[in-house]
Design a protein around this ligand. Structure first.
Ligand code: SF4
Length: 394
């Protein structure tokens, strides 16, 4: 016996899809799945057994079939800075990924989530690229970073927006599309697609699919250099899917959907911050079909463990100047501020430090705190999960 949800939610191949099917097979009433989802979303429960709205035999049944954990991730390290909390999660297979929540003035918070463990695209400025691809995350693992009970338990709660800008190239992972369906589904993440940003270095075939399937989601294309040769040296994917091909897709999108498209420009001292770069970047935006719908976010490079050691961060003043010069040329541009620079909020850095055996300890007042969660807890949860079986990617 199978049950299909509204609009194919949850997607049948996901763990949530399996759970829904399993409930049907054991003849649990349909509302039990809704209870389970509400608990996953709103209660802070981390195990099936904690969901007391479900009868005990059903909790036992789910634990036996899927393992004890409600979500297929365990938080192993938590770092807290001034406006930011960063969590290193571990999957059932032992892969580690990171998720960052940044709090902005006015009470707005944004969660930056990962799409892959590591990344195989080898951008030379990126700590995650230096790790290499460990594996694709499943749709459930992408979703679990947002829905994990850890956030409610630690008082962080639900973010206002989601950015797929953590570890990995989101569009190189086909599981992203099922994850997005669940993130926007009212019964799961319930996020407005307009509050979700997908960042890409230019994986053109899946950028086209994203714009077709989720036209309200905000795309951000990493430029980092307007010169193809230099861009290919920084972002090797340029050789497979050139920037020009990706910009054409965004051109079409701005015409069809009339929504903004974002270009990211990582400013690296002495590498891509010259007047020639300014002029070429300006030309690149001005020659779009709807240039007024393109916005350039300039990001100050943050020296990352594992990235090219020759790369240096520009000064804050140089970054401001670059943005001012773009604006003077009538390009919509802002400097994207990175809260949490005190805990290396750039992608992949917590992971890189963890792998290299960097110190993990408590902090003192005024400094970021970094806490390794109890190994026995993690090990026990994983052991129980392994016993229970059924976790994807395990
Ligand atoms: S910048 Fe993105 S695509 Fe490039 S190596 Fe890093 S994670 Fe991968």
């Amino acid at each position: 016996m199978t049950r299909t949800g509204r609009h194919g939610i949850p997607p049948p191949d996901t763990r949530w899809g399996q759970i829904r099917r399993h409930l049907a097979e054991v003849k649990a009433p349909e509302f039990r799945f809704t209870q389970l989802l509400m608990a996953a979303r709103d209660s802070g429960a981390e195990t099936f057994d904690e969901i007391r709205s479900l009868p005990a035999p059903l909790r036992y049944e789910l634990t036996e079939r899927f393992g004890p954990l409600l979500q297929p991730l365990v938080p192993v390290v938590v770092e807290r800075g001034d406006q930011v909390e960063k969590v290193l999660f571990e999957t059932a297979s032992g892969a580690r990924i990171e998720t960052v929540v940044a709090h902005y003035r006015g009470g707005w918070s944004s969660m930056c989530i990962s799409s892959q463990a590591g990344c195989g695209l080898g951008c030379t400025f990126c700590a995650t690229g230096a790790v290499g691809l460990v594996r694709q995350l499943t749709a459930d693992e992408i979703l679990a970073q947002v829905m994990h009970g850890h956030w409610r338990r630690s008082g962080v709660g639900r973010p206002e927006s989601i950015a797929l800008m953590g570890m990995g190239e989101a569009l190189a992972n086909p599981n992203l599309f099922d994850a997005l369906k669940m993130l926007v589904a009212p019964e799961f993440g319930a996020f407005s697609p307009r509050r979700i940003t997908v960042s890409t270095v230019g994986f053109a075939p899946n950028l086209a699919r994203l714009l077709r399937e989720q036209p309200q989601i905000t795309p951000t294309l990493s430029v980092h250099s307007p010169f193809p040769e230099q861009r290919a040296a920084i972002i090797p994917l340029e050789r497979r899917f050139p920037l020009a091909q990706n910009l054409e897709l965004l051109d079409r999108h701005t015409i069809d959907v009339r929504r903004k498209a974002y270009l990211a420009y990582l400013l690296i001292d002495g590498v891509n911050d010259t007047d020639d770069h300014l002029e070429a970047l300006t030309r690149l935006v001005r020659t779009r079909i709807r240039p007024e719908l393109f916005h350039v976010n300039v990001i100050r490079y943050n020296e990352a463990a594992g990235a090219d050691p020759a790369f240096r961060a520009p000064t804050a003043a140089a970054t401001e100047r670059f943005v001012d010069e773009l604006r003077r040329r009538r390009i919509h541009a802002t400097r994207r501020r990175q809260v949490g620079a005190d805990i290396d909020a750039a992608c992949g850095q917590l992971h890189a430090r963890y792998l290299s055996g960097g110190a993990i300890s408590g902090g003192t007042s005024g400094t970021p705190t970094r806490t390794a969660l109890g190994a026995p807890t993690v090990a026990a949860a994983r052991a129980r999960t392994a016993e229970g079986g059924g976790l994807p990617g395990g």
